[in-house]
Design a protein around this ligand. Structure first.
Ligand code: DQA
Length: 147
């Protein structure tokens, strides 16, 4: 199966952006981890990043046709975007939400995410390993659907 791994605003700056919070790995490192781990799970990975809310919405619409599931780190749009939530709900695909940092140790405005409403579950606080766990969660879910 093909899965969309969708990254939101400012995640292109990973590695140099607040490294004490987000670590030193770059988005290219995260992409490599996802491709390797996805391949090990027999999944084709469509890895994307955008700083634009509407572009993310468009990509979720595309995924309705082309993908079996979505891993999403919507960055700050997690906390603000009803539009992205609605797109994810419309997609009717299994969604796993990921954040590098532990949102619940941070400012109160990060404690609520609209994305969570559309997600099977939320993985946060494990840095880039969170993407690996998210791929595993989707693989388990899609395996159950097949079997
Ligand atoms: C983030 C957490 C968000 O609150 C923040 O706006 C980000 C990154 C994370 O991966 O920890 O951009 O999604």
């Amino acid at each position: 199966p093909r899965i969309l791994i969708l990254n939101g605003p400012n995640l292109n700056l990973l590695g140099t952006r607040e490294p004490e919070i987000y670590g030193r790995d770059t988005l290219a490192d995260v992409e490599r981890l996802c491709r390797e781990h996805g391949a090990a799970r027999g999944m084709e990975i469509d890895f994307r990043q955008s700083n634009h809310e509407g572009e993310m919405v468009d990509w979720v619409h595309e995924a309705r046709e082309s993908c079996a599931g979505i891993v999403v780190n919507a960055g700050a749009y997690s906390h603000t975007s009803v539009a992205l939530l609605d797109a994810l709900l419309a997609a009717q695909l299994p969604v796993v939400e990921v954040h590098l940092s532990n949102l619940f140790k941070r400012e109160a405005f990060r404690h609520h995410s609209y994305v969570t409403q559309a997600a099977m579950g939320l993985i946060c606080g494990f840095g880039k390993d969170g993407y690996r766990y998210a791929i595993d969660a989707l693989a388990a879910r899609l395996g159950r659907e097949e079997g």
